[in-house]
Design a protein around this ligand. Structure first.
Ligand SMILES: NC(=O)c1ccc[n+]([C@@H]2O[C@H](COP(=O)([O-])OP(=O)(O)OC[C@H]3O[C@@H](n4cnc5c(N)ncnc54)[C@H](OP(=O)(O)O)[C@@H]3O)[C@@H](O)[C@H]2O)c1
Length: 324
């Protein structure tokens, strides 16, 4: 019998309930996939808590997983039973032993990429691909600031950016995380709330400020991110781990001719061709060692509550996955 984690009402991690699931047959343009490793993301926490009301209740959360094709809709000719695949879906349903999913959301996995690696990091690495290639120009002339540089997305972003020759300054919440950021390619690391934060940014950039800030922390860091920018700098706010950012006045941007973007990965999958190109670039980054993740924290699917508790305690981002 297929199993799934179902949310019937928004709330704490306790609302994640393990239930039986009726699968039925895939539609003509759908694949039936047996999930082997399911990614756990901060997005899932926002969906569960009700901050995002994007999952119709009762519903199955989860945006990404690796798995194996078990059944194929009659209109599909380019997948076969037994293909190893990975997918990202904005329609949710990944916290399950099996999923019926539109073919256009599914990518075949190269042999070199393991299930636990890609389930924990596909969505995060695709986010980094979007941030570095599709929003503003990032090249070896640039200095960037990455908040939460030891977090799941943060560490991949630092690794990939430093491989391009970009000068990377990371910020973290406490001193214990500084050593991790060095491993991830940060040239300098700061503690986010240290009293001389802007003085240090000035020192590291010879008084100019940084060209681009990638800020996933939101409320707690947004103002210091704006202050860290050089004139004509670019603030990319792509997350809100500490809470939503207050409304921003255009006159604040005008003070230094700044630009701000608030990108969401799902909007960048404009066609299957682009989705495939981004995935190929991510697979290549893992295969060539540009991206490197070696620690994994598996939980049984039925223990999704514990997995969310671990993620929310600010440990394990980019390593946590569920095993059906
Ligand atoms: N826009 C998009 O399409 C997109 C795609 C993927 C992810 N995201 C967002 O990016 C953010 C980071 O995702 P992730 O996968 O890297 O998460 P993660 O692995 O859990 O890392 C989040 C990091 O944020 C820092 N943080 C600072 N204040 C925090 C707080 N109050 N609560 C929790 N963490 C806090 C923590 O690092 P320190 O302890 O060092 O501060 C933590 O390690 C999330 O908000 C996520 O929703 C957005």
């Amino acid at each position: 019998m297929a199993k799934a984690i179902v949310i019937e009402k928004y709330g704490s991690s306790e609302v994640l309930k393990y239930k039986n699931l009726d699968m039925g047959r895939p539609g003509e343009d759908e694949l039936l996939i047996r999930n082997t490793a399911i990614g756990v993301n901060y997005h899932d926490v926002y969906v569960r808590s009700g901050l995002y009301k994007t999952l119709k209740l009762p519903g199955i959360p989860g945006c990404e997983a690796a798995g194996v094709v078990e059944k194929i809709g009659i209109a599909i000719s380019d997948f076969k039973v037994g293909d190893r695949v990975v997918y990202i879906t904005s329609e949710y349903g990944a916290y399950s032993s099996h999923i019926k999913i539109k073919r256009e959301k599914v990518i075949k996995l190269p042999k070199t990429i393991g299930d636990e690696l890609i389930a924990t990091n596909f969505l995060r690495a695709m986010t980094v691909e979007m941030l570095l290639n599709r929003i503003t120009v990032i090249d070896d002339t640039k200095t960037i600031l990455v908040t939460a540089a030891a977090g799941g997305v943060g560490r991949l972003l630092c690794q990939w950016a430093s491989s391009l020759g970009v000068k990377v300054i990371g910020s973290v919440s406490n001193l214990k995380k500084v050593a991790e950021t060095k491993v991830n390619g940060c040239h300098e690391t700061l503690v986010a709330n240290q009293h001389d934060f802007s003085k240090k940014i000035n020192q590291f950039t010879e008084g100019k400020g940084v060209d681009v800030v990638f800020d996933s922390v939101g409320a707690d860091t947004f103002n210091s991110s704006l202050e860290s920018l050089a004139p004509c700098g670019f603030l990319v706010n792509f997350g809100q781990s500490s809470g939503a950012v207050d409304p921003l006045l255009m006159t604040t941007l005008a003070q230094k001719s700044l630009s701000v973007a608030r990108p969401i990965l799902f909007h960048y999958f404009k066609s299957y061709k682009i989705y495939e190109q981004m995935a190929a670039s991510v697979f290549d980054a893992f295969e060539t060692g540009v991206l490197n993740v070696s620690k994994f924290s598996p939980f049984n699917l039925k223990d999704a509550t514990e997995a969310h508790n671990m993620l929310e305690s600010r440990k394990g981002g980019g390593s946590i996955y569920l095993k059906p």
